[in-house]
Design a protein around this ligand. Structure first.
Ligand code: PEP
Ligand code: MN
Length: 338
């Protein structure tokens, strides 16, 4: 249930709403907007609460029942769109944000070369996995902390923030020391211990959609991050498993307008993991810009033929430079800039 306060309502009135919720055994979370506060009433069976219990209190403008499993990620909880700022780069603003780099950090030379390429081509955030969640335990698992220090070096050298995945709740502190954005991978979307830990860290986070998660399940997973007070949550569509096997995953372009309708959170899209093949990535990336997402996460490798992970879906430097040029007029056509 969402309780919207009147613009400029004093703190005592907001406190009274929170008090009312607590006295009934519910939790309350505040969203402090620039001129009005929204209170989410959280707990089991809020459906049984009459809305009048809150509507009658002074300063309350409107009480809305949210019959959705997710509350804090819901559009009703917040007036306007959330914007997540990373070193001044605002994800969810008019700027369309490109995050790019290799799937995995493989060596200092590989990462520095990749960072130079993507930065010069116009990407504003560098990606690179140091902890890799691999389907097989025998596959390359990443350089771990050594990989993180390489990301730190590339960040310093090219003045570019970095995003990297955290797979284990115990590593959240360590990865947060190096990363500007923590990535929660598709395979961990419902790892509630990890979500809670990253929520508590208050670090900017990209939450990928699970391989077979519905949009509802994905937004409910985002609630785990938001419930801990982390407001810097970015969603990432990366394709889902369907019966279609000509792409690695089916890119759900439809989730872009659905998320925009249902949630205030910014949304980026990873066409690389959906495509599974470099030749399919540019068309998907263009569709993503046109469909109204807030950014892209793209795998780019200095030499995909030598990549240890995901070489087939990684763009070469020249492909990436070309794509960046092609994306710009599309962004402009939908009122954005890159
Ligand atoms: C990745 O971004 O390298 C990755 C492993 O992605 P996903 O979690 O979407 O499979
Ligand atoms: Mn990858």
């Amino acid at each position: 249930m969402i309780v919207e306060m009147r613009a400029g309502s004093p703190q005592e009135e907001v406190d009274a709403v929170v008090q009312q919720a607590k006295s009934l055994g519910f939790d309350a979370q505040l969203n402090l907007g620039t001129n009005k506060t929204v209170v989410a009433i959280l707990g089991h069976n809020t459906g049984q609460l009459p809305t009048d219990i809150f509507a009658i209190l002074p300063g309350v403008e409107q009480v809305t029942r949210i019959m959705k499993p997710y509350k804090l990620a819901a559009r009703e909880f917040k007036t306007g769109n959330s914007v997540v700022s990373i070193d001044g780069i605002k994800v969810g603003s008019k700027r369309f944000v490109i995050m790019a780099g290799p799937c995995a950090v493989e060596s200092e030379e590989q990462l520095i070369t990749a960072a130079k390429i993507v930065k010069e081509a116009g990407a504003c955030i560098l990606r690179g996995g140091a902890f890799k969640p691999r389907t097989s335990p025998f596959a390359f698992q990443g350089l771990e902390e050594a990989g993180l220090t390489m990301l730190q070096k590339a960040k310093g050298q090219f003045n570019i923030p970095v995003i990297t995945e955290v797979v284990d709740p115990h590593d959240v502190e360590l990865v947060s020391k190096y990363a500007d954005i923590l990535q929660i991978g598709a395979r961990n979307m419902q790892n509630y211990a990890l979500l809670t830990k990253v929520g508590k860290s208050k670090h900017a986070v990209v939450l990928k959609r699970g391989l077979s998660a519905t949009i509802k399940e994905w937004l409910t997973a985002a609630d785990y991050l938001l419930a801990e007070g982390n407001t810097k949550v970015i969603l990432c569509e990366r394709g889902i498993r369907t019966f279609e096997d000509s792409t690695r995953f089916s890119l759900d372009i439809g989730s872009i307008p659905v998320i925009k309708k249902s949630s205030h959170l910014p949304l980026i899209v990873d066409p690389s993991h959906a495509a599974g093949h470099y030749s399919l990535v540019p068309a998907m990336a263009k569709a993503v810009v046109a469909a109204g997402a807030d950014g892209l996460l793209i795998e780019v490798h200095p030499n995909p033929k030598k990549a240890l992970v995901d070489g087939l879906q990684s763009l070469t430097p020249s492909d990436f430079i070309r794509l960046m040029k092609e994306l710009k007029p599309i962004a402009e056509a939908v009122g954005r800039y890159i």
